[in-house]
Design a protein. Structure first.
Length: 485
């Protein structure tokens, strides 16, 4: 037994499932919650695939105890969820009133998680900006206002929850906030240069401005935490970035050498290294905002770990004019016509686990920070059209997690990558943004008529896998009971 220990994940490895407030809570008009930018956006014609909004979602604002029972039945060590800013400060701003009912909701959730031995991993911002700030001054476009308002909101969360929450994520995926919200215009607030989608917006400048402002908001909130709360509360703070691995399409010189730079480096380089990547400066010229020396000082080193959301691997070729992809083209079809992996329900996702291991190695070598995989998951093709009983046999998702968990283990035990946690996306099917309820990412099936939850095979796989592949905590086992020596 003794020499098997090194082939496992360390005993304090955190694992569990992730969700986000707007995707699960519903009850959008309850207990003083203000509107978020997703409320009206998801109700506009054509914004979601099925025309449905987030008013009910998985009803988790009311059913949170059921969700907690589910987490307990899965035996997770940790749960990643997000706080809805507009429940805490309904209008959003630093001079607007705080909503005690909103505080109470998350406070209860946190207390009950802890009582069941589940460690909360909390995202402060998973895309649901208070509508009040969008209306008042243009939300993320307005650096002077939004940075202060975000920091104030974060401060309230540290003050009210920080005695119990030890793991903070400032933001989920700034790339998506910027590019989908202000480039493609497919996410709230839906701005874009595409006049068929949006009456105003400028795709060539706004996403970069918004990204810049998100970095600053993150950095100043992180500074505040580290200076005023960290020591007393003993927690840590970081950011979660999305990024997928890239492989060259073929061995021609046009095959992109820097395929995955666009989503990976745009945010990570400033935050961990203190500057925007060279290719981005070249590509954007004066359209790329600059940090003052003082700001840079705050930005550099502002994340204590690398929060990593990753789903797939792309084959890359130079060319095309998609700046958000760093002007490379993506495909899943190899030169010989075969597919890289199994196709998911959404076009952007195929199952290719070796890329996950390579990405972990790449990020660890580049930034030298402990990594938490904060999202990783798969949407099974046509799962939404299957009867429940059939959907529960989610073989493609099981296969996906078999691949990524074994890549995770190899990265830790063979490659020496410092990975501290893994959260599968998602605890349950939920409101999948522009896809509405069509695309299901859950390890738990949700019947949206009854809100009943049914564990899928993938839930069983993931839970079993982590139980078997984490070193046993001998001390706490013997402390917990009179079990064998
Ligand atoms: C995550 O984002 C989100 O954090 C989570 O809320 C969401 O439910 C989950 O994924 C599943 O979608 O978008 O066509 O330009 C994943 C974000 C999606 C970002 C795919 C990169 C690339 C292709 N990634 N995207 S496209």
């Amino acid at each position: 037994m003794a020499n098997k220990i090194s082939s496992r994940l360390p005993k304090d490895f955190l694992w569990g499932f992730a969700t986000a407030s707007f995707q699960i809570e519903g009850s959008t008009q309850v207990d003083g919650r203000g509107k978020s930018i997703w409320d009206d956006f998801s109700k506009k014609p054509g914004k979601t695939l099925d025309g449905r909004d987030g008013d009910v979602a998985t009803d988790s604002y009311r059913l949170w105890k059921d969700d907690l029972d589910l987490l307990v039945s899965y035996g997770v060590k940790s749960y990643r969820f997000s706080i809805a800013w507009s429940r805490i400060i309904p209008l959003g701003g630093r001079n607007d009133p705080v909503n005690e009912a909103g505080i109470r909701f998350y406070s209860n959730l946190i207390d009950n998680l802890l009582a069941r031995g589940i460690i909360p991993f909390v995202t402060l911002y998973h895309w649901d900006l208070p509508q009040g700030l969008e209306d008042r001054y243009g939300g993320w476009l307005n650096k002077e206002e939004i940075v202060k308002d975000y920091v104030n909101y974060a401060k309230i969360c540290f003050e009210r929850f920080g005695n119990r929450v030890k793991n903070w994520l400032t933001f989920n995926e700034p790339w998506c906030i910027s590019v989908h919200g202000y480039g493609h215009g497919v996410f709230a607030p839906g701005r874009s240069s595409d006049r068929t989608r949006c009456p105003e917006g400028d795709t060539s400048t706004e996403p970069w401005l918004v990204g810049h402002n998100v970095i600053l908001a993150h950095a100043y909130a992180s500074k505040l935490y580290r200076e005023e709360f960290k020591q007393a509360q003993g927690g840590q703070i970081g950011i979660t970035l999305n990024g997928d691995w890239a492989l060259p399409y073929d061995d021609s010189p046009e095959s992109a050498s820097r395929g995955s730079d666009a989503d990976l480096l745009t945010f990570a380089d400033p935050i961990y290294l203190g500057h925007y990547p060279e290719y981005l400066k070249e590509m954007l010229g004066s359209r790329l905002p600059t940090f003052t020396a003082e700001e840079l000082h705050v930005v550099k080193g502002s994340s204590e770990f690398y929060g990593m959301n990753t789903y797939t691997t792309n084959l890359c070729m130079a060319g095309g004019d998609n700046e958000f992809q760093g002007k490379v083209k993506y495909t899943f079809t190899r030169p010989d016509g075969t597919q890289l992996g199994t196709q998911a329900h959404c076009a952007w996702l195929q199952d290719y686990a070796p890329g996950f291991r390579q990405l972990l190695n790449y990020l660890y070598k580049r930034y030298r920070k402990p990594i938490y995989v904060t999202e990783n998951g798969f949407a099974v093709k046509d799962e939404n059209n299957k009867p429940v009983e059939e959907a529960l046999s989610d073989y493609d998702r099981v296969h996906y997690f078999q691949g990524t968990t074994s890549s995770l283990l190899s990265a830790v035990v063979e490659d020496g990558v410092d990975i501290r946690g893994y959260f599968a996306w998602s605890l349950m099917d939920n409101f999948e943004w522009a896809d509405g309820y069509v695309t299901r990412f859950g390890v738990t099936y949700v019947d949206y008529e009854t809100q009943k939850r049914y564990p899928k095979d993938s839930a069983r796989f993931v839970c079993q896998w982590f139980k078997e592949n984490i070193e046993k905590d001998e001390s706490s086992e013997s402390a917990a009971g009179p079990s064998a020596p």
